[in-house]
Design a protein around this ligand. Structure first.
Ligand code: FES
Length: 104
């Protein structure tokens, strides 16, 4: 299966994900500039991504702690998610997302 990732420069990358891995781990291992500082504990929000609107409903919805953490971000998109909270399954084949540059 494949994930289509648009980076902060607008370049699209095709990654081959591994079933059962967190999206954050996949993006990090592909060197996509993903930090994932807290390792998936919903504590850092450095794994913020924006899902393509067409995919937003196909991914399992966020839990309360993810929603709360997203709300702390300085900017948010309609389909923002924390990529550490999305576990890859091959049903998501073709998923499109955009990486966001966090303001420093
Ligand atoms: Fe820290 Fe996702 S890796 S919130």
């Amino acid at each position: 299966s494949v994930i289509r990732v648009e980076d902060a420069d607008g370049v699209t990358h095709e990654l081959e994900p591994v079933e059962g891995w967190r999206l954050m781990e996949i993006l990090r291992d592909y060197g996509m500039g993903m930090e994932g500082t807290c390792g998936g504990a919903v504590a850092c929000a450095s794994c913020h991504i924006v899902l393509d609107p067409e995919w937003a409903d196909k991914v399992a919805p966020p839990r309360e702690d993810e929603i709360d953490k997203l709300d702390e971000l300085p900017f948010l998109h309609e389909t923002s998610r924390l990529s550490c909270q999305i576990i890859w399954s091959d049903e998501l084949d073709g998923l499109k997302l955009t990486l966001v540059k966090e303001p420093t």
